[in-house]
Design a protein around this ligand. Structure first.
Ligand SMILES: NC(=O)c1ccc[n+]([C@@H]2O[C@H](COP(=O)([O-])OP(=O)(O)OC[C@H]3O[C@@H](n4cnc5c(N)ncnc54)[C@H](O)[C@@H]3O)[C@@H](O)[C@H]2O)c1
Ligand SMILES: O=P(O)(O)OC[C@H](O)CO
Length: 347
């Protein structure tokens, strides 16, 4: 088998995961959108726009040619923003064969269709579902390229595919990889946590304290479990790395774009001002839009996502959003977590 793995695209997370694969001894081909970016990576071993401080291993080669990137490769990793996933897969299709392992590490939905990324991939590539894997969990690119200890989860409906992805990415030095068979849960958790992280940032931007943030993260998980269960996820997945683990990282880290965007909104900036100040993708914004439609489609209450939707898309005041959440009807904590769903999965 070839020792080459192909990574699409060369943003911050694609580049960081390319470094992990390179450290694990693979020849990595990194697909870039421009000659300029490929030249920078090949000549200087840097990708300054996305990871200013990182020095990339020499066994990463960049190319703007997909044909070259995919030649003689054993597996492909796709890390496109959710918005670009379908388009990237369409370009990849002529070079992909259905037996190839395909891992994606994107956290979001196709907002128009509410489809998960693995569905978009299998529709466009004709990939066998048993060859698609999602990689998710608490993992900021900035820390991974510094080889700081990180744990992630790789999920697939197929145990063999998940184990193959675990073998590709895991190393004993700094990157520990768990497997999970609940692909729906891992994909939903990775996408939905970004909404709650936006809310956590907004709370900090408003000047609220630790109590408010802990409340948002905890009630956020309840909201994720409710909608996830309706969509076929195992609720226990939300207690794992892709759920609570990633929520902790994204809702509290200075590296988080979602937290930062929320923080600026809390400080009174408009969505346009926030977007103009970021040169990297903030998935939580599109995901909030998707959640707004999902809560109606699946008839599930998502009060935090709903309030964020109003702030983001209806110019509602963040302080009023918090008041609306605090002033909701009294509830029983367990009932609102849909405890019966947990019991159902245990029986
Ligand atoms: N950055 C992280 O630490 C991190 C960690 C885990 C997961 N993720 C997820 O990974 C995904 C990508 O995020 P990122 O941080 O790498 O984003 P980024 O903004 O750093 O990079 C995005 C990349 O996508 C490319 N791109 C955009 N539109 C494209 C198109 N139409 N065709 C081809 N390429 C296109 C850009 O040129 C850029 O290279 C997101 O879903 C994000 O949630 C990011
Ligand atoms: O920087 P963010 O907010 O896009 O989060 C990135 C990852 O999802 C963290 O695990």
């Amino acid at each position: 088998m070839s020792d080459k793995v192909t990574v699409l695209v060369a943003g911050s997370w694609g580049t960081a995961l390319a470094c992990v694969l390179a450290d694990n001894g693979f020849r990595v081909s990194l697909w870039t959108r421009s000659d300029e970016q490929a030249n920078e990576i090949n000549e200087h071993h840097t990708n300054r726009k996305y990871l200013p401080e990182a020095v990339l291993p020499a066994n990463i080669t960049a190319t703007p040619s997909l044909a070259e990137a995919m030649q003689d490769t054993q597996a492909v990793l796709i890390v496109a923003p959710s918005k670009a996933m379908r388009e990237v897969c369409r370009q990849l299709k002529p070079f992909y064969h259905e037996d190839m392992l395909c891992v994606h590490a994107t956290k979001g939905f196709e907002t128009e269709s509410l489809k998960r990324m693995s569905t978009v991939i299998s529709e466009e590539l004709g990939a066998k579902e048993s060859n698609i894997v999602v990689l998710s969990g608490p993992s900021h690119a900035e820390e991974v390229v510094k080889r700081m200890p990180t744990t992630v989860v790789v999920a697939s409906r197929n145990e063999r595919a998940a184990a193959a992805a675990q073998t590709l990415f895991m190393n004993e030095e700094y990157f520990r990889v768990y497997t999970n068979l609940d692909m729906i849960g891992v994909e939903l958790a990775g996408a939905l946590k970004n909404i709650i992280a936006l809310g956590a940032g907004m709370s900090d931007g408003l000047g609220y304290g630790d109590n408010a943030k802990a409340a948002l993260l905890t009630r956020g998980i309840a909201e994720m479990v409710r909608v996830g269960s309706e969509m076929g996820a195992n609720p226990l997945t939300f207690a794992g790395l892709a759920g609570i683990g990633d929520l902790m990282v994204t809702g509290t880290s200075r590296h988080s774009r979602n937290w930062r965007a929320g923080y600026m909104l809390g400080q009174g900036k408009s969505l346009d001002e926030v977007m103009d100040s970021m040169n990297m993708v903030v998935e939580g914004i599109r995901t909030t839009q998707a959640a707004h439609d999902m809560s109606r489609k699946y008839d599930v209450q998502m009060p935090i996502a709903e309030q964020l939707y109003r702030v983001l898309f209806e110019k509602s005041d963040p302080r009023e959003a918090v008041e609306a959440l605090m002033g909701r009807d009294p509830k029983n904590e367990m009932e609102s977590m849909k405890l019966e769903i947990w019991q159902q999965w245990h029986s």
